[in-house]
Design a protein around this ligand. Structure first.
Ligand SMILES: Nc1nc2c(c(=O)[nH]1)N[C@H]1C(S)=C(S)[C@@H](COP(=O)(O)O)O[C@H]1N2
Ligand SMILES: [Mo]
Length: 318
């Protein structure tokens, strides 16, 4: 978890101004036709869309925390299909092909099928969701995602009452995702799942952008899950399949080490990871000499989500 200095500017020196400048540079480059054709066509599906201007902010947004500088969120990523090193995926992921993105939605629904992401986005309202994000490795950040509630997507396909869980699967593209060519430690494709009530909770979103722009590839473009009260590994990237199921699906990290990564993965300062404490966290961008912050139960979203776990022993179901 050590950030190499040559790639990372002291975080306290990165300002919103920097982010603003960089967006201007991107916009200028787009206007000058300097970006790769694929990037241009994606941009036109994303931030050029008039609906991306003046995005309404979700009432669930955290308006008190300062945003983590975009540069850090883009360059310090966990994306094991590309690399086990957080600084490498930002470059490697640029090879990923994400045009004409299709999502297979199936299982316990009335309207299973293949859906184009663009068609889905056209039907739903995009908003900005400023969420705290806590990785199981005890670092955290604050990210302004752009997306829509997962509940809205599930409603489009008419879920059946037999649906008890929702399973998500990441794209397989071994020619661009080098680690998918080896069975190094994780089983591919990456799979995650939520209970149906967690999936339709208004805090749970599918993100298509961040910082007012389309999602960078290394952050899960073009479509990822974001569940802010759970450890980051639940927030699966590059989702190509969503299945509503009757029984609890096996998930990637839980299968890899069931004693270390539970199915629920709710942020909980009182349940340590077997190899480290979860009682505090390092907020990216706050500087190395800033004290660590206390980790909050459900990452501070307890008021919204605690009722879903009323009678659950959170130590057993971690
Ligand atoms: N497909 C896929 N999704 C994934 C991961 C991954 O390796 N592969 N890493 C997870 C982990 S451990 C975290 S902390 C978050 C990181 O999201 P970020 O890189 O956008 O910050 O993505 C999650 N989603
Ligand atoms: Mo993570």
């Amino acid at each position: 978890m050590i950030i190499k200095t040559e790639k990372t500017i002291p975080t306290s020196e990165i300002t919103d101004q920097w982010v603003f400048q960089r967006r201007r540079t991107i916009i200028k480059a787009m206007m000058a036709g300097m970006l790769l054709p694929s990037a241009v066509s994606l941009a036109s599906a994303g931030s050029d869309d008039p609906r991306w201007r003046d995005l309404q902010r979700s009432p669930y947004s955290d308006d008190t925390a300062s945003l983590t500088p975009k540069r850090l969120v883009e360059n310090y990523t966990n994306y094991y299909e590309f690399s086990f090193n957080k600084e490498d995926s930002s470059d490697l992921a640029q090879h990923l092909r994400i045009d004409r993105w299709n999502i297979a939605i199936g299982g316990e629904v009335e309207k299973p099928g293949q859906y184009f992401l663009e068609d889905i986005i056209a039907k739903l309202t995009l908003k900005e969701y400023v969420y705290r994000f806590r990785c199981v490795e005890a670092w955290s950040m604050v990210v302004p995602w752009v997306g829509f509630p997962l509940a809205d997507l599930i409603k489009l396909v008419n879920p059946l009452s037999t649906a008890k869980f929702v399973k998500f699967t990441t794209l397989m593209q071994p020619d661009t995702m080098p680690k998918q060519r080896i069975k190094a430690m994780l089983d591919w494709p990456y799979v995650e799942a939520l209970r149906i009530d967690e999936a339709v909770h208004p805090l749970t979103i599918m993100a298509v952008g961040m910082y007012g722009d389309i999602l960078p590839k290394q952050n899960g473009a073009p479509l990822r899950l974001v569940v802010p009260w759970k450890y980051g590994f639940k927030s699966i990237k590059a989702v190509v399949k969503i299945e509503l199921t009757k029984t609890a699906p096996m998930t990637t990290w839980h299968a890899f080490a069931p004693n270390e990564y539970g199915f629920y993965a709710n942020v909980n300062p009182d349940v340590p990871h077997p190899r480290w404490s979860q009682s505090s966290e390092r907020r990216l961008g706050s500087g190395y000499f800033m004290p660590r912050r206390r980790t909050e139960l459900f990452n501070g979203y307890g008021e919204q989500v605690a009722a879903m776990y009323g009678d659950l022993d959170l130590r057993h179901f971690f």
